[in-house]
Ligand binder design. Sequence first.
Ligand code: SF4
Ligand code: SF4
Length: 100
Amino acid sequence: MAWLIDYPREKINWGPTIDEKKCVGCGMCLNCGKQVYDWKNGKACVARHDDCVVGCTTCANLCPGKAISFPDIEEVRALYKKEGIWAKMTSFLKKQGKIK
Ligand code: SF4
Ligand code: SF4
């Protein structure tokens, strides 16, 4: 995943959690381009947690029941800083000529 510059995705705590009591069964989150969700017993469930794009919150923003939540993004920011992921990304983009 280019966003992570080869950093192991499973080491990053990021992905959706559904509060089943709040889910109204609209199916909106099944539109996720990464196919993180499946449909089970008339409601959505998280089937491929680590396929979620780190930092994305689109499904939560659109969920009419406000049923979807994510970990604290500040913890991800701290990890990116500690592991030098931002610096590696900048270097990668420079090599590709996308930034100078
Ligand atoms: S978008 Fe929200 S309310 Fe709709 S199915 Fe998904 S979790 Fe449930
Ligand atoms: S946050 Fe984005 S990538 Fe992750 S499950 Fe929701 S829509 Fe899919």
